[in-house]
Design a protein around this ligand. Structure first.
Ligand code: HEC
Ligand code: HEC
Ligand code: HEC
Ligand code: HEC
Ligand code: HEC
Length: 399
């Protein structure tokens, strides 16, 4: 046996001790990867601008009464309290970054996230936020989320009439601000994908360069923005769109994207005639696809033929929306959303065997999510799932 392969007892002890220390060190050793994507970060802490008592919408509303009343109707004001959002946030699969577009200011967040352990989005490095304001959190996307940066109010004109500092920044207060939240595609984990592309849909569509997010969702008006001040250009702040409420007490405004056309129906048919009928949906007013945003949204067109007692003789249902498969990996299976300007026609035909009086009833409804998804998220009946966008009844007789 060769002697050089033998170690004295003392060196074995030294090596064992070294290994022990290396292990201790490795256990505590964490590589903290800085946050990269914009939505991984909160908007840095904001001090209350001079001349104001707080950042809360309620307090801005003491002077900007109309803006406050309009904003309360908006979905932005529900972005934190939304029952579906809260249900999803509680799931282990939801990473910390979910909150950055729903309560974007650091002041609204309980923790400060400084980085990710080994770049893992499920291992944020957190510390308690000493300036956390729970009431501001409950306001979701509030006035300060869009208007306060560098401890100052950002405005479209830089008005000198305000009791608070104002900095004019039309680049920030433009579609760029909207798109910073309304466009995200990322595969977070194999079974969790973020996919809403309202910004890209708009950029690739016919409205780009003509009308932007503000033109349609913040229409212009002329009014005083604080009682007693001269009238000026202003924009409505209720952010109308789908019109599907978030709770029984929420009353959002609806902005209709679709126009509807129905083909002619005779008032009298003969027994054994066939009834042929076409309904057309046109995306005439949205600057992006419809539905847009959350991939779970869809539009249902129902056609019913009912006899004079209301008994259903024939039905047809058509759906516009996306279909996703979430397991084993998130993948889009189909998508027949309407592009801006696009039309979709549905043919309906039936034989008329029985004499009598009938109605064709048509109903177009806009849906946030399916009853199955709502149940899966343990959302009760108080969570509104849909909204009737259009209805029409056409009577006819069979002689
Ligand atoms: C004490 C009353 C008061 C309060 C509170 C107040 N403002 Fe103002 N604000 C004004 C007045 C007055 C003006 C100037 C009106 C004008 O230009 O016609 C103004 C102007 C503005 C403008 C327009 C600036 C521009 O560039 O044209 C914005 C935006 C604004 N305020 C946002 C806010 C926000 C957000 C809050 C809450 C964090 C707030 N204000 C709180 C009185 C107030
Ligand atoms: C900080 C992120 C953020 C910014 C900035 C933002 N939004 Fe939103 N927006 C949201 C979130 C989140 C919701 C949905 C809240 C919910 O459903 O609970 C929403 C909802 C909406 C809705 C309602 C959609 C519906 O279902 O009816 C409209 C319209 C809208 N935003 C338009 C805009 C426009 C226009 C701008 C730019 C002026 C803008 N948003 C800026 C995050 C943002
Ligand atoms: C989602 C972002 C967003 C939110 C939330 C928001 N605003 Fe605005 N606000 C804007 C944009 C964008 C403009 C600039 C419009 C322009 O360029 O004409 C604006 C303009 C204003 C103006 C200038 C006058 C006018 O009407 O155009 C005032 C005042 C104002 N906002 C107050 C408020 C108050 C008060 C709240 C909360 C109750 C609020 N805003 C919430 C985006 C927002
Ligand atoms: C030409 C007008 C127009 C423009 C430009 C426009 N929108 Fe819309 N948007 C609409 C209409 C109309 C609806 C209502 C869809 C419906 O029928 O429910 C809508 C719906 C939405 C919705 C809800 C989507 C849904 O299916 O429920 C969001 C979110 C939204 N818009 C955000 C934006 C953003 C962000 C921009 C800018 C990138 C933008 N919009 C540009 C007209 C417009
Ligand atoms: C990049 C910004 C952004 C991030 C990050 C984000 N959201 Fe949202 N979220 C939005 C916007 C914008 C809307 C509203 C309109 C839409 O559907 O496009 C929204 C709407 C929602 C809604 C309401 C859907 C509906 O149809 O009314 C829920 C629930 C939601 N988000 C949950 C989450 C969860 C859970 C996460 C984390 C996995 C998350 N969000 C991360 C921007 C974001």
């Amino acid at each position: 046996m060769n002697n050089k392969y033998f170690l004295p007892l003392s060196s074995i002890f030294v090596i064992a001790l070294a290994i022990f220390y290396i292990e201790l060190f490795v256990e505590d050793f964490v590589v903290v990867v800085p946050l990269k994507k914009s939505w991984e970060k909160a908007v840095p802490h904001q001090e209350v601008p001079n001349g104001l008592v707080s950042l809360k919408a309620k307090d801005c509303g003491a002077c900007h009464v109309n803006h406050y009343e309009e904003w309360k109707k908006s979905t932005h004001s529900q972005a934190w309290t939304d029952m579906q959002f809260q249900a999803e946030l509680k799931k282990e699969s939801s990473p910390f970054l979910c909150i950055n577009c729903h309560i974007p200011l650091q002041n609204q967040q309980e923790y400060k996230v400084t980085g990710l352990e080994f770049g893992d989005i499920y291992k944020p490095v957190k510390e308690k936020n000493l300036h956390f304001d729970p009431e501001l959190q409950s306001e979701g996307i509030t006035c300060a989320s869009c208007h306060v940066r560098n401890n100052t109010i950002i405005g479209p004109t830089g008005s000198q009439l305000a009791p608070h500092p104002v900095v004019k920044d039309n680049f920030h207060l433009s579609e760029n601000l909207c798109i910073s939240c309304h466009n995200a595609t990322a595969v977070v984990t194999p079974t969790l994908a973020c996919s809403f592309e309202t910004g890209d849909e708009w950029k690739n569509g016919p409205y780009y360069g003509k009308k932007n997010c503000l033109s349609c969702h913040m229409p212009e008006t002329h009014r005083s923005i604080v009682a007693g001040m001269p009238e000026r250009k202003s924009r409505f702040h209720s952010f109308p769109a789908s019109g599907i409420p978030k709770s029984p007490n929420h009353h959002p405004e609806r902005l209709e994207s679709l126009e509807f056309k129905t083909s002619k129906v005779k008032s009298v048919y003969k027994q054994n005639d066939s009834l042929n009928f076409v309904i057309t949906l046109i995306n005439a007013h949205a600057g992006h696809r419809v539905p847009s945003g959350n991939p779970e949204r869809f539009i249902i067109t129902n056609i019913w033929i009912k006899d004079e007692n209301g008994k259903i003789i024939k039905t047809q249902e058509n759906r516009i929306g996306e279909h996703w498969e979430w397991h084993p990996v998130a993948a889009k299976i189909s998508d027949n959303n309407l592009n801006p300007g696009e039309s979709r026609s549905y043919n309906f035909s039936t034989m008329l065997h029985q004499k009598g009086k009938y109605n064709i009833e048509i109903q177009v409804s806009k849906h946030r999510l399916t009853p199955e998804s709502a149940k899966y998220n343990k959302l009760g009946k108080e969570y509104p799932l849909s909204f009737i966008a259009w209805e029409k009844t056409i009577p006819f007789k069979v002689k």
